[in-house]
Structures are given as C-alpha cells and as structure tokens.
Design a protein around this ligand. Structure first.
Ligand SMILES: NC(=O)c1ccc[n+]([C@@H]2O[C@H](COP(=O)([O-])OP(=O)(O)OC[C@H]3O[C@@H](n4cnc5c(N)ncnc54)[C@H](O)[C@@H]3O)[C@@H](O)[C@H]2O)c1
Length: 361
C-alpha cells in the first residue's frame, strides 16, 4: 500500500462520526486517521474507540505532532478562523468544515498563511464531488435542458428557536448556503454580482430547549439575487424561520428544467423535465460516481496532494462562496448590489482513474 496521508480530526462533535465512518472505511485508501482531538477529551476518546483510532490528543498535541500531515477542522463555525489559522501556522494542510470563517479579512489571512507556509486549504462544501452533482453537470453539458437561463436555490430549516443553530452553525445562509451556492458556481461559473434583502426581523428569540433568550446579530431569513459569469441569474432563499427542511436547487434552461433535491447530499436523485420527457436519475445506481458522503473532499484532497495540485474543494473556492454570502448581508445594509472580486476555478469532473485511486479499487 502506498503511504497514506496522516490525518487528525479536530472537533469530535455531532458531524465527526460521519467523517470517521467513511475515512476509516470506504474512503481510507489514501487517508489514515492518526488522531482525534477535542476540547472535551472524553468525547474524543469515545469517537476514537468507536472508529478504532489509536491516538487521543489535545489540539496543541495534534498541532505539534510532526507525523500529522493534514487536520480536518470540525469545530463550530465561530471557532473556524482561530483553529484553522493555528493548523496552517503549524505547517499542516487543512480541510475545514464550512464556512471557511466568518469575515473576508479572516478568509484572506487564512489563504495568505497557507500560501506562506506552502500548505493547502480544502473544505466543505465538497458535495459537488458526489454523484448528484456530476449528473447535473453532465446533463447541462449534454444540453438536456438547453442553455441554462435562471436558477433557484431554496434552503429552509426548521430551527427558529434553536440557539445552537445560530451560534454553532451561524444561521441558514452561512450554514447551508455553501452547498447550494457552490453547486451553482460549479454549474454556472463564478459569481459576479450579488444583491440581497436580509433584514433582522427577529432580533431576539427564546431557545426552545433551555428557555434562554438569545440575540441575533444576523438575519435569520435572507433572499439574494446572484449573477454568474456565464450570464445565468439565480435567486437564493435561506431561512431558519419556517417549520421544516425543504431543500432544492432548480435550474431552468431554454428547453427544460432540472431539479436537484438536496445539494447538501452526495447521491440524491436528479430530475429532468422537458416538453418531451420526464426522467429521474439516481446517481448511486448510475455511472460509478461516488455517493459516499462526508469525507469525500478529504479523500480527494489526499489525491490532490499526492498529485501536487490544489484540491477541487479548495480554500479559494470557499473564499469565493464566503464573499458571495457576506455580500447578501452587505447589500441588504447598503441598499446597493455588490461586485464580487474573487473568482473560482471551473469545475473539473472527477476522472475514472481518480475515483479508483480514492476508493482504492
Ligand atoms: N451537525 C451536522 O449535521 C453538520 C453537518 C455538516 C457540517 N457540519 C459542520 O461541522 C462543524 C461542527 O458541527 P457539529 O455539529 O459537529 O458541532 P458540535 O458542536 O457538535 O461539535 C463541535 C466540537 O468541536 C469542539 N471544539 C470546539 N472548539 C474547539 C477547539 N478550539 N479545539 C478543539 N475542539 C473544539 C467542541 O468541543 C465540540 O465537541 C460546523 O462547522 C458545522 O457547520 C455539521
């Protein structure tokens, strides 16, 4: 077996098992989980035991361990900047959960630090590496819906009274927006311009579990218009003020409509409708693309590092998505549309040989 990338998991909370399951299982050909760390060492121990990881360490020990090549940052969004900066300063590659961080200044500092230390940043959203998105991209390329004209992303979550959702996840746009906006960027090219309506309608809420009052510094409902380099225009609705999860991305082309039911998943069904046909594609039973879930971006990044290139779900892409999301709030405040300065690399579908390397088949 070739030398695998030695990976540390930083943050062993709710999402960690999904990563650990795949990265110690189906996605372990290029990755070895070398250690688990958390502020709560008992929790790190529990995860390590469940997934047979030998080492449980503090964050400091993980950063000073010369045997760890890459750290997967699964801490809450407000901790991303500080923890990610420490990882990069320690000379380690970083794969971070979304969002990259919470301000553009922080994002720039992370990208600059990575460059200075000659390490790479990768991170979520990496769902566009899965089967659903590959099916969407192929359908658009093949002209199944004609040339894309307009798109719509709907992101609703039933977390109106959840303080955790606001504090750990930073609200629906910053939490789930990356999946949907990244998917649209990969289909239509970089975002050029954004306008938004994101007024804080509920400045204070009461947590449903603890009864504690909490204040909202960011709108819990946001509506945005995005204009892409290809000329496609899209709307995004992101809200945690409704009663349930109703995700979708719809693309209306010149001659048809394509719907991806959930851009937060790797192998969801894709449907296409034209005047002549209605069909659905189930990517997991389709043409060999991966529908494995969390950890796919880490495995692809391991391959990228081996091949001496940037990961597809790169820090630069995360920065571009962050700029577009923050522009929604800025535009809402200023009343003018925002020009987006950063750009994303075009989508490069995973090749068969790359899939084989990632899966070790
Ligand atoms: N929960 C989900 O369904 C889900 C899904 C996809 C992505 N995510 C993302 O994953 C990240 C984590 O979410 P979660 O739901 O697992 O949160 P969580 O609160 O359940 O877990 C976070 C863990 O990080 C630890 N932590 C915090 N600061 C730390 C530090 N400085 N050093 C070491 N450990 C630290 C906490 O002790 C906690 O155990 C967030 O960015 C979230 O957006 C979560």
């Amino acid at each position: 077996m070739t030398q695998r990338l030695r990976v540390g998991i930083l943050g062993c909370g709710a999402i960690a098992p999904a990563y650990l399951k795949n990265l110690t299982g189906d996605l372990s050909a290029l990755v070895e989980i070398a250690a688990c760390a958390d502020l709560d060492l008992d929790l790190a121990r529990k995860r390590a035991e469940e997934f047979r990881v030998d080492n449980v360490v503090t964050a400091e020990e993980m950063l000073s361990d010369a045997g760890i090549d890459l750290v997967v940052n699964l801490t809450p969004a407000p901790a991303h900047f500080k923890t990610s900066l420490q990882v990069l300063q320690a000379g380690k590659h970083l794969f971070t959960e979304k969002p990259l961080c919470l301000t553009l200044e922080e994002g720039r500092e992370l990208l600059d630090t990575a460059e200075r230390n000659n390490v790479q940043i990768g991170g979520a959203a990496d769902t566009f590496l899965g089967g659903s998105f590959h099916s969407c991209s192929k359908l658009v390329q093949e002209g199944a819906i004609g040339f894309p004209v307009v798109a719509h992303a709907l992101i609703t979550v039933g977390t109106f009274d959840s303080m955790r959702y606001h504090k750990v996840f930073s609200g629906s746009l910053l939490d789930l927006g990356p999946y949907y906006i990244t998917a649209m960027i990969m289909l239509f090219g970089s975002v050029k311009r954004v306008s938004g309506i994101a007024d804080v309608r509920f400045p204070e809420k009461v947590d449903g579990q603890s009864g504690e009052r909490f204040s909202l510094d960011r709108a819990s409902t946001a509506v945005a218009s995005l204009s892409f380099e290809s000329g496609v225009v899209a709307t995004v609705i992101a809200t945690e003020d409704v009663h349930n999860y109703f995700p979708s991305v719809e693309v209306f082309g010149r001659t048809g409509r394509m719907k991806l039911s959930d851009a937060n998943m790797y192998g969801e069904k894709v449907s296409v409708e034209t005047n002549q046909e209605k069909r659905s594609i189930n990517p997991s039973s389709n043409d060999g693309y991966i529908s494995k879930g969390r950890g796919l971006g880490v495995a692809e990044m391991a391959l990228a590092l081996k091949d001496g290139r940037s990961p597809r779900a790169s820090g630069a892409l995360m920065y571009h998505v962050l700029e577009a999301m923050l522009a929604v709030y800025e535009s809402s405040k200023s009343g003018v549309s925002m020009t987006i300065e950063s750009r994303a690399e075009p989508f490069r579908p995973l090749q068969d040989s790359e899939l084989k390397s990632i899966l070790g088949t």
